[in-house]
Design a protein around this ligand. Sequence first.
Ligand code: UDP
Ligand code: MG
Length: 361
Amino acid sequence: MMGLNSDKMSNKETTENVKSESQQKPQQQEKKKYYRKRYYNRYKRKVDTQKLSFKKVSVVIPLLNEEESLRPLYIEIKKAVKSINIDYEVIFVDDGSKDKSLENIIQLSKEDKKVKYISFRKNYGKAAALQVGFKDVTGDAVVTMDADLQDDPAEIPNLLKKLSEGFDLVSGWKKKRKDPFVKKYSSKFFNYVTKVMTGIKIHDFNCGLKAYRSEVVQNLSLYGELHRYIPVLADWKGFTVSEIIVKHHPRRYGKTKYGISRFFKGFIDLITVLFTTRYIKRPMHLFGFLGAISFVAGLFVNAYLTFEKLFLGKYIGNRPLLFLGILLIIVGIQFFSIGLIAELIAHQNRDDAEYLIKDKK
Ligand code: UDP
Ligand code: MG
């Protein structure tokens, strides 16, 4: 017995010895791996910023009454693009400013040929400004940012780096938002709902700071206030969307151009975006479905009442259920009719040019 025990002991010891050796080895190996990775990452970072897969970046800036911010913004942008050795252009889109914004932009464009501008006769909104700016870009990468210095131009290299990884759109995520309390939290809620409804897993849909491959902006059509949903619209067209955390600053000059009404308008626009991206080509799938549910429910209600009248001899003329049944049937037919008209419009507007082709031989 003793012998057996001692045998077991020695066995145990040897296995422990082996264990401790084998435990040490992975630790050393991990250390080596860690340092190798650190060195590689550092090296890679250097290479990446020098060898972005883009030749020229177009920075598009929509602005409304931002006269004080424009020069400092331009200086910061220039610094950022110079740091990565990439050709650039800055396109200011003046959205009907009433202050000295346009004068300041004209001055900048006289000093630097890479500064271009477009000036609207009146205020059409940020989406319109972006859309018109997008039509004039000549770079193979496009970056948009707000003009109020809340977005940091120093993020341009990081955005382009992420874009170089193969994404079509990289959106900024203002993780530490420097905005008033109400705006911060209403925006969090807004982003959460949008994320759930659209299934796109980013945190900040309406960040002014975004980078795109030029193909994306050429295929977007922004109007109204749909700039809030650019990632959704791009995703729907088949472009890949990603995000990086970006720095955000409090507003330095002037004031915000949007009040709390943005919140309500934003949600109404969400319905528009969901409808136009999902059902615009097959409206009957939405309206037909809703219509069918309503119609069938009404039919059941009224069938039940008919049964009561015919077989139980009850008086149904004053029953609230009767009105519910009638209402459901009428609403059902209305949904169906709207769906049919929408199908007609979709049929007339069909256009092969809408199908984006990635590759062809
Ligand atoms: N902006 C614009 N047209 C408008 C409203 C705003 O071009 O009708 C510009 C504005 O000058 C700024 C950007 O859009 O460069 C974002 O606006 P703002 O800073 O007021 O929005 P917030 O940061 O409060 O969300
Ligand atoms: Mg702002």
